[in-house]
Design a protein around this ligand. Sequence first.
Ligand code: ADP
Ligand code: AMP
Length: 219
Amino acid sequence: MKLILLGPPGAGKGTQCKRIIDRYGMTHLSSGDILRAERAAGSELGRKAQAYMDAGALAPDDLIIAMMIGAIKKAGGGYVLDGFPRTVAQAEALDAALARAGERIDGIVNLVIDDEIIMRRLTGRRSCPKCGAVYHVENLKPKVKGVCDKDGAKLVQRDDDKTDVVAHRLKTYHKQTAAVVGYYEGAGKEIITIDAAESPDEVTASIFAELDALNDQVG
Ligand code: ADP
Ligand code: AMP
């Protein structure tokens, strides 16, 4: 399956993507994770994106489009896109690239949630710098405080999860990214809408119920 997971920062996209790829065996393509890896490697792309990420703004479309179309080609088979497309221009570029390759997206899942819940989720988020696993200081605690269950690495708080940057990221979402849902609706695509305010397991159950049916159709 080829999927897009939409939703504001903190909706639970990364958390649910890890579960989706475990169940359906696809590649997780997170634009944010790829950018953080580029930054850690000190690449030119990472350096170019740095100031935007630190400010909670979007990196330029041309950089992101080239990066993600490249990642999709490399992934080969099924994948789930997380954090991309984040502007209508990115969605149009994705459509054009897929059309050129004779491919199509099988499903679009939109995680819906209020801003107040997001603020609590993001300021309490802790991430594993090694494997990308995501935890929360209250909602999804690791077995040992501050340590990744999977590889024992020390968990970190992302710099852009501090309160003032989160507020800016939410503004950016409403101003630039929310329109992507309307873009796909306008193109006649069916959107699977999920209430992301429920517990992590309840959200997963809702997503799996929809994707199991889709997977049977897609084969
Ligand atoms: P996104 O990838 O959409 O930015 P994450 O998956 O990183 O969001 O989740 C943001 C934070 O909220 C993390 O700390 C995660 O552990 C926590 N979280 C994710 N889903 C839920 C949920 N359904 N209920 C409560 N907390 C959640
Ligand atoms: P995320 O991990 O998805 O929250 O993304 C972290 C940051 O990376 C964002 O705040 C942006 O600065 C940048 N970023 C990630 N994905 C995109 C995208 N599709 N378009 C532009 N910037 C992006």
